[in-house]
Design a protein around this ligand. Structure first.
Ligand code: PEP
Ligand code: MG
Length: 763
């Protein structure tokens, strides 16, 4: 498809207006003088009778500058967000263009302004990020609809005004603030979210996508900017096309569909027209993308319909890609620069985006969204980066470079903290350091309970960056190697040699400790960061994991070949995810046998020992344990998925999170059943969901008969501490009578906590 050229707007595209705004921006005037000049410039350049600026003052809108209304009304006239046409624009974050203002149902007028003489009305919101800072209005005596070009010019002026006003406010100093007007958040704020990855961090806010600064908003040469924009669009499209058409796209029909619909947005004419119009009106390409992104974001925050929100997210993602490429950034994954002690704020981040950041400087992450078992979260846990998610509207409450404290333990962040907040935080960091030292001391101890039960503590891994965690934590091996991560962070499907290389490195890092590789577990939320476009009604229980592997055996066999090659002459453990029936496992094992046969035929080297296991993630398989134990060499309980299917509660949905409780008697009873049947069949069994890394849950799993727990690196120290202090027999005695079918308790969490307090088990 051809990229649309500049939109032809007949009247002066506002070059004059922008020139004058540029001069105004360079002036050293105070804030009020700049606003006064701004409205004068607008009314002259647009040849309108009135130009006014209303800014947010608490929940109201205050008239802060006007040319054409009575000056006595400035800083006197205030409107609520529900009042009048100005309130309407602010509330909906959408422009209003009326020939006859008084005919609109929301029309009301303020006597003191003298505005009743005017008929036409054009109001545009002053947007910055998702925040609505106020409204810019022009009015005329003649009843007429404002032209497309005029609307465009006013939108452009509003983009600039929002940025100028914020910069004025932030620089403060000589440009004294407007009393009562607050455009940027100030003062200490504490925001409660959810602690998705443990840890404490103190640093400075970095916005994953910082706003374009006012100085870079007005184009020096519009034709050049059109070129830059066209180039950025082409680059963005190429990167989207590559995803669709690359080997990744060939993976499966549903994934391809997801990319295809994403691609539709990349070619959406309306969206691209909006961008070109914005540049045509005199903005730089960056400012144009930013303006359109702000509009989407403001609308997204208001959209209730999840489908619409997802679509707006997609557009935002594409805008983000373009901003990155305009900034000269390569769209290939790479190192994104960060200042020291950076706390990155974003709406959401995919696993690849996290890995793009400079690891040494990235100290914490705060997200407006995110989920406890999302894969970005799992990556933060493996890397030991504290992550607070579900931080409501945090992007509207933080500014770049604000001081921030992140508490991943309790899921709280402090922005612009008070000295008292900082002191309290330092005390907590001290306690945490003591704990880390204690974990370090016990690193070479085996996790043996007081009554002599030995528990093997293993690591969950998936990327090269996870591997040092083996030695850092003193883990007994890798209990779950999520092979799909390598696929998720790549731009195309990794070639055989790339796969072999990663698996070899994992085996080498383990130094003869066991490594259990799980075959590709794609689908569900594991497609790419924009997986919310999954066209299935219920992706978590749809076409995913082994189901994809069995219906697209070519790809699974390719991976099995890589695994066998990497494990030549060594012990190799492979397991299949999301198996629901014994026959699925047999079929998958059959594919592995074929690959083994192929190597034999070619005279290649086979692994010295090959063990093939199954992930128990579906309740159905829990009722076929005796059967599956006949065929599988080991069982690994994927508790993340198992619990979501058991309680019919989406693992990523905070609204149903309380249902998703591993310490519910029914869940503990299920775990007990699995452990006892596997033990009775003498089949090696591990728990590898996130609960295995939580001390309270982990001691229960040990008490119910699990001798192998696989967890994120940050779980090993705390779980080992708890196990070392545990009399497992006593806990078994406490739990067994409480987890029968007759139990009606909601959760045993409190009971177990009390047990730990009494027994001195640190949890
Ligand atoms: C699980 O479901 O518990 C599991 C370990 O797999 P994943 O979290 O990768 O779905
Ligand atoms: Mg799973």
């Amino acid at each position: 498809m051809k990229i649309p050229g500049p939109i032809s707007i007949k009247s002066d595209p506002g070059v004059n207006l922008l020139k004058r705004i540029r001069a105004l921006m360079a002036s050293e005037d105070g804030v009020q003088a700049r606003l006064d000049n701004f409205v004068k410039v607008i009314s002259a350049a647009m040849k309108v009778n009135v130009a006014s600026i209303y800014l947010r003052a608490g929940n109201d809108l205050e008239l802060c500058a006007t040319k054409g209304l009575k000056q006595t009304a400035v800083h006197t006239t205030r409107l609520s967000m529900n009042e009048g046409l100005v309130g309407n624009v602010a509330r909906r974050a959408k422009l209003l263009n009326l020939a006859e203002a008084s005919e609109h149902p929301d029309f009301s007028f303020k006597e003191e302004t003298g505005e009743q003489r005017f008929h036409s009305f054009l109001g545009v919101p002053l947007l910055r990020g998702g925040r609505n800072l106020g409204v810019l209005v022009v009015q005329g005596k003649r009843a007429r609809i404002f032209s497309e070009a005029e609307v465009e010019n006013l939108l452009t002026a509003a983009t600039l005004l929002a940025e100028i006003a914020v910069e004025d406010e932030r620089t403060g100093g000589a440009k004294a603030r407007l009393e009562g007007i607050r455009l940027t958040p100030t003062g200490a704020e504490r925001i409660s979210g959810r602690g998705f990855a443990d840890g404490l961090a103190q640093g400075r806010a970095v916005l994953h996508l910082p706003p374009v600064t006012a100085g870079h908003m007005i184009a020096g040469n519009t034709a050049e900017e059109q070129n830059r924009l066209s180039k950025a669009i082409r680059k963005m499209r190429r990167s989207v096309d590559a995803m669709v058409e690359g080997e990744m796209g060939g993976m499966s029909a549903p994934s391809k569909e997801i990319f295809e619909s994403y691609r539709l947005f990349a070619y959406d004419k309306q969206w691209l027209d909006r961008l070109h119009e914005a540049v045509h009106s005199g903005l730089t390409a960056e400012a144009a993308v930013e303006r359109v992104r702000n509009e989407h974001r403001a609308r997204m925050l208001k959209a209730r319909d999840p489908y619409l929100r997802a679509r707006l997210h997609d557009l935002e993602d594409l805008a983000n890609r373009m901003l990155r490429s305009l900034g000269g950034e390569n769209l290939e994954p790479g190192q994104r620069q960060l200042p020291e002690n950076a706390i990155v704020f974003a709406r959401n981040l995919g696993p690849a985006e996290i890995l793009d950041y400079d690891r040494d400087r990235l100290k914490g992450i705060v997200l407006e969204e995110g989920a406890a078992t999302a894969h970005a979260t799992i990556i933060c846990r493996t890397l030991g980066i504290p992550l607070v998610g579900l931080a409501d509207r945090v992007l509207d409450r933080v500014e770049a470079d604000d001081e921030v404290l992140v508490d991943g333990e309790i899921g709280e962040i402090s922005i612009r903290p008070t000295p008292q907040d900082i002191n309290d935080f330092i005390v907590r960091v001290g306690i945490r350091t003591q704990l880390d030292l204690a974990f370090e001391k016990q690193k070479y101890l085996k996790a043996v309970t007081k009554d002599g039960k030995s528990i093997s503590l293993l690591l969950n891994a998936g990327l090269l960056v996870d591997l040092p965690g083996l030695d850092v934590s003193g883990a007994d091996g890798i209990g779950l190697f999520r092979t799909e991560f390598q696929f998720m962070v790549a731009q195309r499907m990794p070639h055989l040699n790339e796969q072999v290389d990663l698996y070899k490195r994992a085996l080498a890092a383990a130094k003869h400790r066991p490594v259990t590789f799980r075959t590709l577990d794609l689908g569900g939320d594991k497609i790419l960061p924009y997986a919310d476009l999954v066209p299935e009604e219920n992706p978590a229980i749809g076409w995913r994991a082994i189901r994809i592997g069995l219906s697209r055996p070519g790809m699974l066999r390719y991976q099995l070949r890589a695994l066998l090659k990497a494990g030549a002459g060594q012990n190799l453990r492979i397991m299949f995810p999301m198996v629901a029936t014994v026959s699925e496992f047999q079929e998958a094992r059959g594919l592995l046998d074929k690959e083994v046969g192929r190597i034999k035929k070619l005279g290649g080297t086979l692994p010295e020992k090959l063990e093939v296991g199954v992930m128990l993630e579906t309740p159905a398989l829990a009722w076929q344990i005796d059967a599956i134990c006949k065929y599988a060499d080991f069982v690994s309980v994927g508790a993340n998925d198992l619990l979501q299917f058991f309680f019919a509660a989406d693992r990523d949905n905070p609204r149903v999170a309380s249902l998703y409780d591993g310490l519910h008697p029914a869940a503990l009873s299920l775990f007990s059943h699995i452990a006892s049947r596997c033990n009775a069949n003498k089949t090696h069994v591990t728990v590898c969901g996130e609960i295995a890394g939580k001390p309270l849950e982990a001691i229960c799993l040990a008490a119910l008969g699990f001798e192998n727990l696989s967890m994120p690196v940050t779980g090993i120290g705390p779980v080992k501490s708890a196990l070392l202090a545990l009399d497992a027999g006593k806990l078994t005695d406490l739990l067994k009578p409480k987890i029968t079918a007759a139990s009606n308790a909601v959760t045993l969490r409190q009971t177990i906590k009390e047990f730990c307090a009494k027994e001195g088990v640190p949890v």
